[in-house]
Design a protein around this ligand. Structure first.
Ligand code: AMP
Length: 580
């Protein structure tokens, strides 16, 4: 099937998507049937008493909602080499590592051909719509993609991040080529053992092919921003390499050196051109279109925890559009962005009804019925076509990779429908809450508060580079701590005002009322040393994560002790709010 995908027919892909989404309800029933038929022999399903039934009602009655924790023992057995049908009919031969930024350590999840196919289906679908609006020629793309360290599990299964598992697959490569994902960099750079060397070489290869680069890509926007920040530091060295045709000694890995050196010839004209362009820029504004005059857009996931990087990306991008990519997880894909013209802040994801069976746990009710206790019933999940516009839900996935009624842990809002499939906006991770008393602060609330306080800081021409938060319950009462890395020096008065502004900007009613009665202590703003968030990134890479999948944890809980240590060990100043 993947071989067939290598031929790309834009209109056909769009027509298929329209037909599938028009018949979303029927397609959901058929997809569930297919999943249960293909995997009916799996021990997990056998034990649940479905007895061959494949209809949604029986499925919901027999199969419990689960999280990764409940599946862990099954996945561990797979990883340990038990090749009996445990979660899927066909044995799982590869394990993916999710980024694990929430829990502090990567999670194991099964990876199989079906997951690969649905990934390609999502990519092809969004590409078809994107290419209609922003057609590409036959050029290349500058892709900041990296492989994680790969290793074998105890049972001998290959394990790496989901993106790594994808990039390594030759059929995926062919399909990616068909949708214009032709990287400037050779494979040796993508799979290089050292992220810093790979990044340097990606930049170099991008410059060598600068006229051919048609778009800039990374899975998550953070990597794109990080790459251009690095460019600011190494551009002169890159120019020297291009001028002399000799690769910098900072690239030490032999295979990467050989591969990149082959592309490098002395080119003083190009070096002068880039050097002049860089020198002529004001604070690196419009860096990307200056470097890549034929680039049509920048592409990557820019929603959710990536939104705080948009400002910086827009600065580098100038007039070049930022196109937000699709929505999924290592566990499986959910939806494609088929409205690429919308700015990332408004991006939605249309669910592909044939890649899984989707249910939605209403969250509004959940909150309303919390008190008193006897009313505290979990609301019933609703089906794909039963969701209501404007409501928030936790998404529940059943798919071909061994997940049955799996709580992904993400909160989404239904913004509308594409035919009869919902268009979702990503809201936040459900478990990323700062909570001390009756307050419930989400990742989104934190992001908005940081945006507000960032405006105060902006008056001094200083920016928030990155941020995270923590609940400090070692004080009585406990209080919120917000960690900031900032781009320059700011006065004590301004930082105090930022701290007050943060405290005032958490609008959750539980927070405000608890602050007023001092059931929650004064918010603390801790400014950390420059480079602290780079240390956190390095820490995740050390755990086997890949930069392409990195998401800064926006709330550091007790399970994430090592990250907390990095943060606390790098605090340079701290302020308490006087807002209440
Ligand atoms: P991972 O655990 O590394 O597989 O990352 C998956 C998680 O990344 C999802 O559960 C979401 O929380 C987040 N994510 C993935 N795609 C998007 C998106 N388009 N917008 C916002 N967050 C996303």
């Amino acid at each position: 099937m993947l071989e067939k995908m290598a031929e790309f027919n834009q209109e056909k892909v769009i027509d298929e998507f329209e037909a599938t989404t028009k018949a979303a309800e029927r397609v959901q029933i058929e997809t569930l049937k297919k999943i249960l038929e293909e995997n009916g022999s799996a021990e997990y399903l056998q034990n649940l008493g479905l007895n061959g039934r494949t209809d949604p009602e029986s499925f919901k009655n027999c199969v419990p909602l689960v999280t990764h924790k409940e599946l862990e023992p099954f996945i561990q057995r797979i990883a340990d080499g038990d090749s009996s049908p445990i979660l899927t009919g066909k044995p799982i031969t590869t394990i993916s590592l999710s980024s694990g930024t929430t829990q502090g350590k990567p999670k194991f999840v099964p990876f199989n051909d079906e997951l690969m196919e649905s990934t390609m289906q999502i990519y092809r679908t969004s590409f078809a719509f994107r290419n209609k609006e922003f057609p590409l020629g036959n050029g290349k793309s500058l892709q900041f993609i990296y492989s994680s360290k790969q290793f074998k599990t105890k049972g001998g299964l290959a394990a790496g991040t989901a993106t790594t598992n994808l990039f390594r697959n030759s059929q995926v490569k062919a399909s990616m080529k068909a949708i214009q994902f032709q990287p400037c960099s050779p494979d040796e750079v993508i799979f290089g053992p050292d992220f810093h060397q790979s990044l340097y070489c990606h930049l170099l290869c991008g410059l060598i092919f600068r006229d051919e680069v048609e778009f800039i890509f990374s899975t998550f926007a953070h990597s794109i921003m990080h790459a251009f920040k690095t460019f600011e530091l190494v551009w002169e060295e890159l120019c020297t390499d291009i001028r002399e045709g000799v690769l910098s000694s900072r690239v030490t890995d032999p295979s990467v050196r050989v591969a990149v050196s082959k592309l490098l010839k002395p080119n003083p004209e190009l070096a002068d051109l880039i050097s002049n362009k860089c020198s002529g820029l004001s604070n690196w504004y419009r860096l990307v279109p200056e470097l890549f005059p034929n680039a049509k857009y920048i592409y990557g996931i820019m929603t959710g925890s990536m939104e705080p990087y948009l400002k910086k990306l827009r600065h580098y991008a100038g007039e070049l559009p930022l196109l937000s990519a699709d929505y999924g997880a290592s566990e499986g894909w959910i939806g494609a962005n088929v409205n690429p013209k919308l700015p990332p802040e408004l991006a939605t994801f249309s669910i592909l009804p044939n890649i899984g069976f989707f249910e939605f746990l209403p969250l509004r009710e959940n909150i309303e019925y919390q008190e008193p206790d006897f009313l505290c019933m979990e609301p019933k999940p609703v089906g794909l076509t039963e969701v209501k516009i404007g409501e928030d839900y936790e998404i529940i996935v059943t798919n071909f990779a061994g997940f049955y009624r799996y709580r992904l842990g993400d909160v989404v809002k239904v913004m509308g429908f594409h035919n009869s499939t919902p268009e979702l906006k990503f809201v936040c991770r459900r478990n990323l809450l700062l909570t001390i008393n009756i307050d419930k602060t989400t990742e989104k609330d934190l992001q908005l508060a940081v945006e507000e306080a960032g405006k105060v800081l902006g008056e001094e021409k200083v920016e928030v580079v990155d941020f995270t938060s923590h609940v400090d319950s070692s004080t009585e009462p406990g209080h919120y701590v917000v960690f900031w890395e900032i781009s320059g020096e700011a006065s004590v008065e301004v930082l105090k005002e930022c701290c007050n502004c943060l405290d005032r900007s958490f609008l959750d009613a539980g927070y405000v009322s608890s602050r007023k009665v001092k059931a929650i202590g004064a918010l603390e703003l801790r400014v950390v040393r420059r480079g602290t968030f780079q240390k956190i990134l390095d820490h995740y890479l050390g755990l086997g994560g890949a930069v392409s999948q990195f998401k800064t944890p926006r709330c550091v809980g007790p399970a994430n002790n090592l990250v907390l240590q990095i943060l606390c060990g790098n605090v340079v100043e701290s302020y308490f709010s006087g807002a209440f």
